[in-house]
Design a protein. Structure first.
Length: 687
């Protein structure tokens, strides 16, 4: 692949440059090149979306890599057999994703832009040929084969243009006037990563598996997205939607519905208050399983697994004894049980549970998909014979594929060995420490810089995860590795509010964020300092999203850090909930009500309220197209810090949404600016 050429050119350039350097400078350059560099980001690869052939034997997956010319992540389909032999199915600088096997394993459907726009493509296993089979005007998603193999269902945004209420008169022919004003009256009008929402809704379509014209099945003015599941005789598609007139006021209250293929009639299957989603029909067509919870309006609630007969009996909860949210459910081929995934203590577990409630853990090593920061989460698939293939979590590698059967475990891919085998990476150590607030055990990880010497003193960077209801893991993270490569010890933890430690642990920050999660973070810093190799005059703190909130909270409550970088934060909860994309959700689940009725509560937990205490040099970093934590939040804090006389700067990332790292160069820029800011503020006596 292109990486080979880039590596050769970089190696040649390094060799040429070293030729002219003095011996000591050449050795220094060599040592530096053995560490992870910013531009190494473009050479990272990772595996995702494994689709095991129904008969086992091999797996098709997406091999993701970074296109240095277009500055984007792209992906091709590859196959790997159970012995680890790799072969490409597609190639080129395209985005191929969402591979799904037909029931008989003869065809593979996937989505790709290789025909000019995102279309449904088919791959034929016998010939190795692939081709587009649609000519759609929007991107398809949620591909699903009918059990008889005759149909492919998918969902797609369907425009429904609305006439503007005003048209301006008097425009002469050929005149170039300004773009007309945009009239907005919909409740949810913009989404992070997608921009301002066009008029229309996501609808469900079905098409012949051999190709042809898709037929629209749903028409109501609601979004019909998510997993699509066929009933046993291929006559209905089961889906999740919030089809209430007051959906804006009940943003999570979705139900399961079935749409009949022939006459397009829609019937409702569930009636619980709370979300019902991700339906899966058993292979024998008798039962349906899905995910959801009884909504109690908490900021975090456990997602649980339910099952019922398709005839409509009372839903049965299968995971009531499990204190972790479950996801990614798949039926066993014999319809006697289900596979599902959950995170526990930052580790991705895959479990099997029979219908009587007994469950067993198959692995706790799934993860590795978040190559930028060390978030938990991965993907897996199961063949009819029970062969399990999943993305492997590893502290020094992005996701590879792992095969697990009743007889063996085998690592199938090693996608980054050609790069990372020749780099000295940070060693990752898991730690547990006690919170001084209530004695709870808090989990964290320490990244030790290459060449670490415990007799020396090192700067410490505290890096805080977002969410706040998410979890870090001991997985590979480019940002952590790049920080450590510059000689920093890096600490990242899961303070209270994090997921994967039980529902009560996460709910401690309900209507109470930030709060004692701050104490947990400071105790983590103290635990690392006690090890004796940290320079206490070089303590730094950063975090993004919820981690940005906590970073701003920290500098408003302590001056122990030499510098801070607040990335994509919420600074003022009052203004945040009135400008964020999911404002109808935040006001109902994160706060006791709307801000003008609970102003004191909102401001008590807002970092802006403590800006007068800040003395720490603090930089802001946010994407200009971030609609989750709008850049106006960063602008408020920047201007407040300026008024307060605090050393500050603001980094604005053009066109970047909340997920800044989606463009590889933005990931590089984020880390480079963070390190620049920290290197600018050395220990106190040198200021």
């Amino acid at each position: 692949m292109k990486r080979i050429l880039i590596t050769a050119l970089l190696a040649a350039a390094t060799a040429t440059a070293s030729y002219a350097l003095p011996a000591n400078a050449a050795e220094s350059a060599k040592q530096q090149s053995n560490k992870l560099q910013l531009d190494d980001v473009f050479q990272l690869e990772y595996a995702s979306s494994p689709a095991v052939h129904p008969a086992g034997g091999y797996t098709v997956f997406v091999r993701n890599y970074m296109d240095i010319m277009d500055d984007r992540r792209v992906g091709n389909l590859w196959r790997v057999d159970n012995k680890g032999e790799l072969r490409p199915l597609t190639g080129g600088q395209f985005i191929d994703h969402s591979p799904v096997w037909s029931p008989d394993g003869k065809q593979l459907a996937f989505v790709s832009n290789r025909s000019g726009s995102m279309q449904v493509h088919l791959y034929w296993a016998d010939s190795g040929e692939h081709a587009p089979v649609t000519r759609l005007t929007s991107s398809p998603s949620n591909l699903s084969w009918s059990p008889d193999g005759k149909w492919i269902a998918f969902s797609m945004f369907t425009p429904r243009p609305a006439k503007t209420p005003v048209s301006l008169p008097g425009k002469p022919k050929g005149a170039e006037w300004a773009e007309p004003p945009r009239y907005i009256d919909k409740a949810n009008y913009r989404y992070d990563g997608a921009g301002y929402a066009p008029e229309g809704y996501t609808q469900i379509y079905v098409m012949p598996a051999s190709g042809g014209s898709p037929r629209q099945l749903t028409f109501a003015d609601y979004n019909h997205g998510g997993t699509l599941a066929w009933n046993g005789d291929s006559s209905q598609i089961i889906f999740s939607a919030n089809r209430r007139e007051d959906a804006f006021d009940q943003p999570l209250n979705s139900e399961l519905y079935a749409v009949t293929i022939d006459d397009r009639t829609v019937s409702q299957l569930t009636t619980r208050f709370g979300p019902d989603h991700s339906p899966q029909v058993s292979p024998d067509g008798k039962r349906i399983a899905w995910l959801g919870f009884d909504d109690e309006k908490m900021s975090y609630q456990l997602t649980q697994l339910y099952v019922m007969d398709l005839g409509g009996d009372k839903p049965r909860l299968l995971t009531g004894e499990l204190d972790y949210s479950v996801g990614d459910i798949q039926w066993a081929a014999d319809s006697r049980g289900l596979y599902f995934a959950y995170d526990k203590h930052g580790k991705g577990h895959i479990a099997y549970q029979n219908l009587s409630g007994k469950h067993s853990v198959l692995t706790d090593n799934m993860g590795g998909l978040s190559y930028s920061r060390p978030y938990s989460g991965g993907s897996y698939d199961v063949a009819d014979d029970g062969s399990l293939v999943y993305t492997l979590a590893h502290p020094q590698r992005p996701a590879d594929l792992m095969l697990q059967t009743s007889k063996l475990k085998r690592k199938l891919t090693s996608l980054n060995d050609d790069l990372l085998n020749f780099k000295e990476l940070a060693r990752i150590e898991e730690i547990w420490y006690e919170s001084s607030h209530d004695g709870k055990q808090i989990q964290g990880w320490i990244a030790y810089p290459p060449g670490f010497d415990p007799t020396k003193k090192y700067p410490l960077i505290l890096e805080i995860h977002g969410g706040p209801h998410t979890a870090y893991a001991g997985s590979f993270a480019a940002e952590i590795q790049l920080m450590a490569a510059k000689g920093n010890v890096v600490l990242y933890t899961n303070p209270r509010g994090s997921t994967s430690y039980g529902e009560a642990f996460a709910q401690e920050i309900h209507h109470n964020y930030p709060s004692h999660d701050y104490t947990d973070l400071m105790d983590g810093v103290d635990a690392v300092i006690e090890k004796g190799f940290i320079d206490e005059d070089k303590l730094y703190v950063t975090g993004g999203s919820g981690g940005g909130v906590l970073t701003a909270w920290i500098v408003g409550h302590t001056d122990r850090f030499a510098a801070a970088v607040v990335a994509k934060p919420a600074i003022n909860w009052y203004s945040f909930v009135l400008t964020a994309d999911a404002y109808n959700y935040f006001t109902k689940y994160w706060f006791p009500g709307v801000p003008w009725e609970h102003t004191e509560h909102y401001m008590k937990h807002s970092p802006i309220s403590y800006v007068g205490n800040v003395t720490t040099p603090t930089m802001l970093l946010t994407g200009e197209s971030d609609y989750r934590t709008p850049i106006s939040e960063s602008e408020q804090y920047y201007q407040a810090l300026k008024l307060a006389g605090v050393e500050t700067a603001m980094v604005r990332v053009p066109d970047a949404p909340h997920g800044i790292y989606t463009r590889p160069s933005n990931l590089m820029g984020k880390v480079a600016y963070i390190l620049h800011w920290f290197e600018k503020y050395p220990k106190a006596e040198d200021k």
